[in-house]
Design a protein. Structure first.
Length: 87
């Protein structure tokens, strides 16, 4: 683990050999967005699958066209547990 200081805060960098990886040459951006969403929602990133990446690509398009973040019920429960807003 490495630690970096960014704007007065400290970020911890973790390396996982067993982290999910894309299975093609074009899902890297979607993988990054899905990882970020899982981390923000406190969900386990090690459970991400290629099938989720394909579904999340469509979900991202829907959110962009709707111009809003669309949370699932599970996301809302997690945010409430973490003390965030789910509305």
């Amino acid at each position: 683990q490495d630690k970096y200081s960014v704007d007065g805060g400290t970020w911890r960098v973790e390396y996982h050999d067993d982290a999910p990886r894309q299975l093609n040459g074009f899902d890297c951006g979607v993988f990054v967005c899905l990882f970020a969403r899982f981390l923000a929602l406190g969900r386990p990133v090690l459970s991400i699958t290629q099938a989720q990446v394909h579904a999340f690509r469509r979900w991202m398009v829907f959110e962009l066209l709707a111009q809003q973040v669309c949370l699932t019920e599970a996301d809302k429960v997690t945010l409430t547990r973490l003390g965030g807003h789910s509305d």
